[in-house]
Design a protein around this ligand. Sequence first.
Ligand SMILES: C[S@@+](CC[C@H](N)C(=O)[O-])C[C@H]1O[C@@H](n2cnc3c(N)ncnc32)[C@H](O)[C@@H]1O
Length: 198
Amino acid sequence: MEIFKGVHKKGNGLYTKGKNLEEWNPYKSKPAAAILLGLQNFPVKKGQKILYLGAAHGTTLSHFSNIVGDKGLIYGVEISAKIISNLVEKVKKKSNVVPLLEDARFPEKYGWIGNVDLIYEDIAQRDQVQILKRNKIFLKERGIIVITLKAKAIDSLKEVKEIYREAIKELSKDFEILEVLDLEPYEHDHLFIVGNMK
Ligand SMILES: C[S@@+](CC[C@H](N)C(=O)[O-])C[C@H]1O[C@@H](n2cnc3c(N)ncnc32)[C@H](O)[C@@H]1O
């Protein structure tokens, strides 16, 4: 059964379609977890241009690549040269992915990418909210943002709920928050937040 365009559910499993159906593991990929937890606003759509911050080895990014298809394009920003070499290998047959070895704190370094429909951020850093805000310059009008907020990376001592409250308050200054999901039991102390430009 296709539950969102390009996302299939068979039994308890989720899949996206590349050449074949590829299993989307909710323990390894936060959007898959969010979908299984009842996400309403699935942000990734065919033909989109996406800025993906914290691309890592491309586990999630390759599912996004399946969903956006040939007319879509994903810029995957990753700070680690070692990790990005795995990403490059993984996506070498995907014509719609451009890996970028950059620090997402400095969007001016990849300012040439132009406007995007969606910014997806999965970066476990203390300043993860500020990183997203810096990158909002790329968002089209009414463009969508997703941030997977890792509370313990922001502050390992403060109460998690307090970190969530402060982060949402900060994000709300720039974005209209559409949906907030706690990713338990797939990820501990993580929120999946979807919003759009105000
Ligand atoms: C949690 S992993 C991302 C997992 C990936 N999104 C997935 O689902 O397949 C976070 C990644 O962000 C990268 N990262 C950390 N700080 C960064 C920065 N300032 N700019 C870009 N990437 C960064 C890390 O090297 C790591 O690969």
